[in-house]
Design a protein around this ligand. Structure first.
Ligand SMILES: [Zn+2]
Length: 165
């Protein structure tokens, strides 16, 4: 089975978002390192975004800001998003379309879904169906209040619930 390893900070950040009882989705871009066993997620970036209960779309400026803040933009080919708790941990039709669209920019798409405190991961490579991946989480990770508060602040600042059509 394909493995996706999460760094401690990335894992805590994803769990913080997956545990928040938001009514809308939240998305983040992921910085990916390829390893012999699969992939490692080394960074998570929350762009400015418009979000509603069924989709979340980064703003152009939000995307630019993330891409300018990383050393190697070729490593940004991962997509994390949450679902509201009632939605469940299933990729939706909108999610499948988002992944297809991401292939315009990325050769492969690592996607992680978070909902109600749980995470699920997939690897999507063009011309193959998506591959369910095993998430390798840090052995020792404790709740870090500083990180939780900074993520909450970031979400309040960057996620607007204006519905965009
Ligand atoms: Zn979704």
């Amino acid at each position: 089975m394909m493995k996706i390893k999460l760094s401690n900070e990335v894992y805590l950040g994803m769990m913080a978002l997956a545990n928040m009882p938001f009514k809308t989705e939240v998305l983040a871009l992921l910085e990916i390192e390829k390893t012999d066993k699969g992939y490692k997620i080394e960074g998570m970036y929350i762009p400015y975004q418009h979000s509603n209960a069924g989709s979340c779309i980064p703003t152009v400026e939000g995307l630019e800001e993330v891409l300018m803040s990383v050393d190697d933009i070729s490593k940004i080919h991962g997509w994390f998003h949450t679902h509201p708790p009632s939605y469940g941990l299933q990729w939706s039709g909108t999610d499948e379309r988002t992944i297809s669209n991401l292939f315009r920019s990325w050769n492969e798409v690592i996607s992680i879904l978070g909902c109600a405190g749980r995470l699920r991961g997939r690897v999507n490579i063009p011309f193959y169906s998506s591959i369910e991946a095993e998430l390798i989480i840090p052995a020792l990770s404790h709740v870090n209040n500083y990180l939780l508060n900074s993520i909450l602040k970031e979400v309040q600042e960057k996620v607007s619930d204006r519905v965009v059509m």
